[in-house]
Design a protein around this ligand. Structure first.
Ligand code: URA
Length: 209
């Protein structure tokens, strides 16, 4: 993906503004992270202000990354249980993480046209993963972005926590509530529920540690 994408004017202006207030923050489109040969692609929503937008790595420094990276470690998709920063030597095995929207959106809410504009990057990322089998969508926005990348009708594949759909007879789309602070602190998504999603994923993919 292009690191200099400025196609969404609102997001581009917002990032420039945040960069002025926080000169040491990344404040650019956050690229995907992980194994280029991954069987599993995890799709989040968008970088968080003081997390991925600061560090330049998806879910790194974000509260939502705590459960995600711990679970990836527990299921042997990584060498460390935490993602601290781009120089922490964290490696993902058989997994890759990206976001439906690559730039930090105001109030964590990308506009429909921004999600649409960014969708080509997600589509290109999916096409560039030769071993991809399972896509885990975190939340409805990510779920719908994956459906858009496959150009299929949303109404045929409604988002539900734990929903499993076959796409193009080749990929499996599994969806979960987003592992956001709100969802985990209100127990909408518990660690056990997230674990169950990964158990399901592991029945399809083969971790390689
Ligand atoms: N950080 C990300 O990179 N993505 C999310 O969806 C949430 C936090």
């Amino acid at each position: 993906m292009s690191f200099s994408c400025t196609k969404c004017t609102r997001l581009s202006l917002f990032l420039s503004d945040i960069k002025k207030q926080n000169p040491d923050y990344f404040c650019q489109p956050v690229p995907p992270f992980g194994d280029q040969n991954a069987q599993l692609l995890i799709v989040g929503l968008a970088p968080g202000m003081h997390g991925a937008n600061k560090t330049g790595r998806p879910f790194t420094g974000d509260y939502a990354g705590l459960l995600l990276y711990q679970t990836l470690f527990d299921f042997k998709y990584s060498n460390r249980p935490q993602s601290l920063g781009v120089n922490d030597s964290l490696e993902l095995y058989n997994a890759r993480i990206t976001n439906a929207v690559k730039c930090l959106p105001p109030q964590n809410k990308p506009l429909p046209e921004e999600i649409k504009q960014c969708n080509q990057y997600l589509k290109d990322e999916i096409d560039a993963l030769p071993s991809l089998q399972v896509i885990l969508a975190l939340g409805k926005i990510a779920h719908d972005a994956v459906l858009a990348a496959f150009n299929v009708k949303k109404s045929l594949y409604p988002f539900k926590h734990g929903s499993v759909y076959s796409l193009n007879h080749r990929y499996t789309l599994i969806s979960s509530y987003h592992c956001s602070r709100y969802n985990t602190q209100t127990n909408r998504l518990t660690a056990d529920m997230f674990k169950a999603i990964f158990t399901q994923i592991q029945s399809i993919t083969t971790p390689s540690l």
